[in-house]
Design a binder for this molecule. Structure first.
Ligand code: A2P
Length: 365
């Protein structure tokens, strides 16, 4: 086997077969139960999240003994780089998972529903970024900083939570531990990259059309997204909430093991390219103090306190883009509800909301 490091230099040749990729001298906070190199597959490798998965695996020094990049037949033969080496994309089919240890899926719910069972049958553990299995009681839904312990109970599939839910819970859960969470009322400000590559293009095109005085023709979104906000993320359900909005309550209950948790959420698409923000009011069963709340956030992994409004310091999506940690600020005692805190949390939805969280789950296996 040829072992490369990510600076591109050849290290050793310890055995036959596939490549082992790893990085030296990089800070990588991993919590592997086993450092045995894994045979990985990425389904949806060419997508926005798939590409981030490659970068996260590199950065976190994930021990990879072989890597299979899978996408639609349109991408077959396309090259993607991993640790400085070019690797070809293959078309996904039912036999793609032979010999694979871990399959990271990020190609949408339909692909997950169809191919995850084939991966499990072939002996792989699936980490799925879609919503296909999130509410299946036999599938652990994991944010490693919150409920890593549940990952042990998988039967071949583990689910990654919704991006807005993951970012919000990174802030809410430490406060829950401090004060006992009852419910939240929240509004999200979601970046267009959450919708995919076509939505990013749509925002770019609309901005340039408006600057050039040309007419706008919305395609991905039902209305103009440039210089506008759309109180509409995902499809509407009976009762008036959207699917995206209800994920906070439904997934939050599972992740925090808190069946009584309720969440009234308004999800809003904003003309931001990357990183979601959420304004949250959280009510607790015990009295809250700002000092304890700040301490709870500062002591929690994966979340940073950026909170000095007098110096205009608060989290912003532009500063959270490309960052692993989520950020909380504008933390205050709520003036309208007893035992409640109001705050603002931002996070990169392609990282903690998707690729990073998936790789962190893989590190638990
Ligand atoms: P492809 O690039 O070949 O279309 P995004 O969410 O950024 O749009 O990415 C979606 C990912 O899912 C891409 O990697 C895309 O591959 C992949 N994908 C879409 N349809 C299929 C399919 N039928 N089989 C396998 N992968 C698919």
């Amino acid at each position: 086997m040829v072992v490369w490091d990510c600076s591109g230099s050849l290290q050793t040749q310890p055995s036959k077969g596939n490549f082992v990729f790893y990085m030296r001298n990089k800070a990588a906070s991993t919590s592997f139960t086993s450092r045995r190199p894994k045979k990985l597959a990425i389904v949806g490798a060419t997508g926005a999240v798939g590409i981030e998965m490659l970068r996260v695996l590199e950065r976190r020094n994930f021990p990879v003994s072989s890597l299979r990049l899978l996408a639609s037949s349109r991408s077959s033969g396309k090259k993607l780089s991993f640790c400085g080496h070019e690797q070809s994309v293959e078309a996904l089919d039912e036999r793609s998972f032979e010999g694979i240890d871990i399959a990271l899926f990020s190609a949408g719910g339909d692909i997950s529903r169809e191919y995850a069972p084939h991966a499990v049958k072939a002996g792989a553990v699936v980490i799925d970024n879609s919503s296909a299995f999130r509410m299946d009681p036999s599938v652990p839904l994991i944010i490693p900083e919150i409920n890593a312990i549940d990952a042990a109970n998988h039967s071949g599939i583990l689910a990654n939570p919704n991006c807005t839910t993951a970012i919000t819970l990174m802030a809410v859960h430490p406060l829950h531990q401090a004060f006992g969470l009852l419910r939240i009322i929240a509004s999200s400000y979601q970046a267009v990259s959450g919708t995919g590559a076509r939505a990013i293009e749509e925002l770019k095109e609309q901005v340039s059309s408006i600057a050039g005085g040309r007419p706008i023709v919305p395609d991905v979104y039902p209305h103009q997204i440039a210089f506008n906000v759309l109180p509409h993320v995902d499809s509407f359900l009976e009762g008036g909430y959207t699917r995206e909005e209800m994920k906070m309550q439904n997934e939050g209950r599972r992740i925090m093991n808190l069946p009584s948790f309720t969440a009234s959420v308004t999800c809003v698409r904003v003309p931001v390219y990357r990183a979601h923000s959420v304004a949250v009011t959280a009510e607790f069963s015990r009295p809250v103090s700002l000092e304890q709340a700040r301490e709870a956030i500062m002591n929690a992994p994966g979340i940073q306190l950026h909170d000095d409004p007098s110096r205009a310091i608060y989290p912003m999506p532009i500063e959270c883009s490309g960052e692993d940690d989520c950020r909380v600020g504008r933390l205050r005692i709520d003036c309208a509800m007893p035992n409640a805190l109001t705050f603002w949390v931002c996070g990169d939805q392609l990282l903690k909301g998707a690729a990073l969280n998936a790789v962190q789950i893989a590190e638990l296996l």
